[in-house]
Design a binder for this molecule. Sequence first.
Ligand code: ASP
Length: 464
Amino acid sequence: MKRILVRETVNHIGKKVLLKGWIHVARRMGKMIFVDLRDISGIVQVVFLSDNQELLKLAKTLRPEFVVEIIGQVNQRPEKLINSKMPTGTVEIQAQELKVLAESKTPPFEIAEEKEAGEALRYKYRYLDLRRESNRKMIIMRSKFIKFIRDFLHKEGFIEVETPILGKSTPEGARDYLVPSRVYPGKFYALPQSPQQYKQLLMVAGLEKYFQIAPCFRDEDSRSDRAPDQFYQLDLELSFITQEEILNLTERLFTDVVKTLFPEKKITYSPWPRLTYQEAMDKYKTDKPDLRKNKNDQNELAFCFIIDWPLFEPELEDGHLAPAHHMFTAPKDSDVPLLEYEPKKARSWQHDLALNGYEVGGGSIRITDPKIQEKVFELVGISKDDIQSKFGHLLEAFQYGVPPHGGIAPGIDRMLMILLNAANVREVTAFPKTGDNRDLLMNSPSEVSEQQLKDLHLKLSSKK
Ligand code: ASP
């Protein structure tokens, strides 16, 4: 007999079916036993009647989270017993056979009743936490969200490319995660803060329209809207493109996603407003304004783009400048001369995407003139030698016919946090770390053996 999902039982009234899943709740009612059986598709009620004593005896041993196989008859419920809150509330399964496939200890928190259980406990037992319907739904929505984006971009002629995880540091303004090389003592790979340089090199390679659901690693402290270690960006890059075309594509993509997957949400402004950085600062005193009309409405989405950024942040103490976005962002053509005498006044081709007061993406038209790129490196304080050793490959590539290009990278986790009304970005990932950067489930970070350190040519200066 072929197994069906509990959600499908409503289409099998009067028939015998085979179901497999977890015991959600088990309760005795007089001489009968009622069980809610849960699988990936939902929950259905199963009843064990007293006319089969042997079966009833086995059913009495059932506890929450046991894994079982049940064969039974799908019966229509009488009108007054219909549970309109359950998608399978019109039926009930009358059990005929039961097999326990796996027993379960009592879970450290209840699955069926989604009572607050504390982040540390939930994340240590994340595989149980994900059995809770609201959490499971978030992971399923994440999968649909990513599939929608993939399908949309493939239809638009984009090419999906995976860039290296063990790479070379591409600065995005955070600390790098470093991986020591065993084969080359004293040398390190860096985990990408973003695939920025690789995607620009793909444009030099002539791929023209690239995207990736890209893991990015930044060694920063955690905040509710930022994962401490690893997060995913929808990384895009296009050749022969204008800024307005990038913004339009982003707007079309996410408008479609919202309409299709989150029909309960309302997008406040269409087209999405484009505010200059100066307008945003003057009017809202922030570069990520919350333009919702009703800030208490969980279903309101107010997207806006911020454009015309200054190329540099205000001067650092050592007299150097820091890029407002990153070092590959192009200055506005008319402002290029300012790089020589008043770089702080130069405006750039940066664009940020803000949603309900969060920055959910950033990008720019890139520098493609090696001389301008060198000038920007110099202004941010990178020595001539360092320019060669850190970015020589990019400057060299730009000498072999580089198309004008630009892109954007909306944050998958942050976007989902808002769309799913999640408490923080951690909740929309399958295996999150706690707010203080620990993986309590696998217990990382963890110590490694002396031999592993030796292989990697590392010595710890002190142990805590
Ligand atoms: N690499 C940039 C970032 O992570 C995005 C971009 O410029 O496309 O913010």
